[in-house]
Design a protein around this ligand. Structure first.
Ligand code: NQM
Length: 387
């Protein structure tokens, strides 16, 4: 048995006293939250440290605090904003479970749901009264290697407060999370084209790739929307059933690689965007049924900005799968069925100079502080687990 060891210069530089870290549930994801200046400044050093903290690369992340799934192997890095129009800056980093790669190429609207509370907990911003409103600039924008330049957009998080800080207890339930917690409202500004440079980055409402019609959209998350039946599935299968269907997954990945090039994302073979959302007729009380690949695992629910992007594609006249929406659905709301329930996204679409334009977009989440303390990463990179 051989094990390949990834060694970087940062491997010897871990403070033996630990690294300050808060673990929070944001929406249907869970992640480690850090203040930016408590991590190494150098991105390579920072990423090496974060991979070790999460326990990657290892399918079980047994030597770290990651949860062995993309939805629980996430990091939020928060700092005072350098933009006078925002309170704090939020950088999302996805830590690859199996490969240990740390990527800033996508945003995460679920971890975003706890950024406001984290910023108050760490004294990065302040608020008083019954509610906090924290303006969060989202730093994950277009990647420099594709030539697309996109500026960070802003989300406002609104959540309850008491004299001691954020209130986490509450009566709001969201699908995919047991019990209830305090409501966090997220309102988005200027998220269209967040990573691809345009709401419809291919220039068209639909495209045909290998005979399959798709809508490629980026309203906060680069996403490809396609009809489940066009890929020979019903669309309401369990995630595990779809993940086990190798020919289907190979076809989906081939479409994704081609769509990535068309969406200005370049070669997406090692990136987590675009996401792939298969749509079909609603089965429960929603307007549309979905299964989303993020992009290799099937999501147990649907991402926040992913849901906003899917709702946008379906609300654009002629968008792929728009005809599958439940007749009579409310114009600005889309109730998206997913494997563990329903996600309601509000998106207003109007006419812009060059086609459809997005007005307000917003969603409701909950978030909770789970743990606050010090995390102790190993000082050397983990050997890659042999497969
Ligand atoms: O789309 C999963 C999640 C996400 C991302 C993913 C997210 C979003 O459920 O904004 O929240 O698509 O990787 O946390």
């Amino acid at each position: 048995m051989t094990a390949e060891t990834i060694v970087t210069p940062a491997d010897c530089e871990v403070a033996p006293q630990g690294v300050r870290c808060m673990v929070m549930r944001g929406g249907t994801s869970k992640g480690a939250y850090f203040v930016a200046n408590e991590l190494p400044k150098d991105p390579d050093e920072r990423d090496s440290l974060l991979a070790r903290i999460m326990g990657s690369p290892d399918p079980r992340q047994i030597d770290g605090i990651g949860g062995a799934h993309p939805l629980t192997s996430k990091v939020a890095v928060v700092s005072l904003s350098t933009d006078p129009g925002a309170d704090v800056d939020y950088l999302f980093l996805q830590v690859g479970v199996d490969d240990g790669l740390v990527s800033n190429r996508q945003n995460c609207g679920n971890l975003l749901a706890a950024v406001g509370q984290f910023a108050l907990e760490r004294g990065l911003t302040s608020a008083s009264g019954p509610q906090a409103r924290v303006r969060i600039r989202m730093l994950n924008a277009g990647s420099s290697d594709t030539g697309v330049t996109v500026t960070g957009s802003v989300a406002t998080a609104t959540f309850p407060l008491d004299g001691d800080g954020p209130v986490y207890e509450g009566e709001t339930a969201i699908s995919g999370v047991p019990g209830t917690a305090a409501e966090v409202r997220l309102d988005f500004e200027d998220i269209a084209g967040s990573a691809c440079g345009a709401l419809l980055p291919t220039g068209g409402i639909t495209n045909v790739i290998d005979g399959v019609e798709v809508t490629c959209v980026d309203n906060g998350m680069p996403t490809v929307v396609l009809r489940a039946t066009d890929l020979g599935i019903a669309g309401d299968e369990e995630p595990g059933t779809l993940e086990a269907n190798t020919p289907f997954r190979e076809r989906l990945e081939s479409l994704r690689l081609q769509a990535g090039e068309m969406m200005n994302l370049g070669n997406v073979s090692t990136t987590t965007v675009p996401k792939m959302t298969l749509v079909s007729l609603p089965r429960a009380d929603g307007d549309i049924c979905t299964r989303t690949f993020i992009p290799h695992r099937c999501h147990d629910a649907i991402g926040v900005l992913g849901a906003v992007s899917v709702a946008t594609a379906l609300r654009i006249p002629g968008g792929t799968g728009a005809e599958l929406l439940r007749p009579g659905a409310e114009p600005d709301l889309v109730s998206i069925e997913h494997p563990t329930g329903i996600f309601v996204a509000r998106v207003e679409i109007g006419d812009g100079h060059n086609g459809p334009a997005v007005g307000h977009a917003g969603i409701i989440r909950t978030a909770r502080k789970l743990f606050d303390g010090l995390v102790f990463p190993p000082s050397a990179a983990l050997p890659r687990t042999p497969h």
